[in-house]
Design a protein around this ligand. Structure first.
Ligand SMILES: Cc1ncc(COP(=O)(O)O)c(C=O)c1O
Length: 397
């Protein structure tokens, strides 16, 4: 009864631990969740007000399937203003979130049997989206020593005749690592040699970046513009996860194919959300700066505390709201109940069930040595979480 395509897919691993944390909380246990993939801030008021106004004005019909023209223009202007990139409005397709934009961009370009390179640790949905297109995800393992960033040598070694695309994500979920211009240039130099390879560049965490300006692969290697798809959206930077608004910007041919798929699947994103998105891209960026400041303080606190715990190594990530410490020191250790911690999933379950801290195991992201901790949580909760982590890990010896 269930299609082979659906059977190929794994359910979202990140949602599993969140579900377990909620179950424990329902039973009355004190659980601090560091597993969230969304900002713990409210959408800024000027954005909410634009949506309220849209409802009051009766702006509730379908828009053009690629998004309303004013918003496509605003995205085009934003890409110029913030990123120095030239995309005309007809190269932009708005969607119900970056997730949909990545999925449809893959469906629009990947044929069965095509290989898509995905550096690990990766965002959980990338391999599954490739599988949905009947493509073959080819994971390239990166190293802790290089802050889990892909090197040009690793990329060169991974490309084969069947390689059709690569998915890059900076700032990264799950590691928070950010590529520098030089690193992207080196990757770009390799990609230039392979004109059939499409680049999907997921830049959804662009605004949450602390130590450098955001760099897109197209800034470092503009020659790749005829085969690069930028993915972005409003969820993370503007705390708008529930509004479901994102977009792709790419070569017109790919944008047209994405628009065709979208027209048959979901039409356009919500008209109300689009008005909100317009306010986000044309209004004040002050609230975004304030959120960034809070995220930076939390990052600095968490990285310092984690590195003081025996057996935990954590590099300081440049962006997003995650840290991804290496915790393999604890594999093979015995928990107080006599069970052995075999891997990051066992460790995450132990920390959740015995100490009330929810983190996502690195196994979910294709990097077994890590644990993803989200600092989209209040400082008070982070402090309590650190206390619990220290105690829980100490009990493992
Ligand atoms: C790397 C990455 N890309 C895309 C998305 C999806 O964002 P959206 O809410 O716009 O669909 C997420 C959300 O978790 C993400 O972490």
């Amino acid at each position: 009864m269930i299609s082979k395509r659906a059977q190929l897919l794994s359910p979202s691993e990140t949602l599993k631990i969140t579900a377990k944390a909620k179950e424990l909380a329902r039973e009355g246990k004190s659980v601090i969740s560091l597993s969230a993939g969304e900002p713990d801030f409210k959408t800024p008021p000027h954005i909410c007000n634009a949506a309220i106004q849209a409802i009051t004005d009766g702006f509730h019909g379908y828009t053009m399937n690629t998004g309303m023209p004013e918003l496509r223009e605003a995205v085009s202007a934003k890409l110029k203003r913030d990123n120095g990139l030239d995309f005309s409005p007809d190269q932009i397709v708005l969607s119900n979130g970056a997730k949909q934009s990545i999925g449809f961009s893959i469906l629009a370009t990947i044929d069965p049997g095509d290989e898509v390179l995905i550096p690990s640790p990766y965002w959980v949905s990338y391999p599954e989206m490739v599988k949905m297109a009947l493509g073959i995800p080819k994971v390239i393992k990166t190293t802790f020593g290089n802050n889990y960033k892909l090197t040009a040598t690793q990329l060169e070694e991974a490309i084969t005749k069947k390689t059709r695309a690569i998915i890059l994500c900076s700032p990264s979920n799950p590691t928070g690592a950010c590529y520098t211009r030089q690193e992207l240039k080196e990757l770009g130099d390799v990609l230039k040699k392979y004109p059939d390879v499409i680049i999907f560049s997921d830049e959804i965490y662009e605004y949450i970046i602390f130590d450098q300006d955001h760099v897109s692969i197209l800034n470092a290697a503009p020659e790749l513009a005829d085969r690069t798809v930028i993915i972005n959206g409003f969820s993370k930077g503007f705390a708008m996860t529930g509004w479901r608004l994102g977009y792709m910007a790419g070569p017109k041919k790919i944008a047209d194919a994405v628009a065709k798929i979208q027209s048959q699947e979901t039409s356009a994103p919500s008209s109300i959300s689009q008005k909100a998105g317009l306010a986000a891209y044309t209004g004040s960026m002050k609230p975004i700066e304030e959120m960034k400041k809070a995220f930076r303080e939390r990052r600095d606190y968490l990285v310092k505390e984690l590195n003081e715990i025996k057996g935990v190594e954590c590099f300081k990530p440049g962006g997003a709201f995650y840290v991804f410490p290496d915790v393999h020191h604890y594999f093979g250790k015995t928990a107080p109940d006599g069970s052995t911690i075999q891997n990051s999933t066992d460790l995450a379950l132990y920390l959740l069930e015995s100490h009330g801290v929810a983190a996502v195991p690195g196994d979910a992201f294709g990097e077994p040595d890590g644990l993803r901790l989200s600092y989209a949580a209040s400082m008070e909760n982070l402090k309590e979480a650190v206390k619990r982590l220290r105690k829980g890990l100490k009990a493992l010896g």
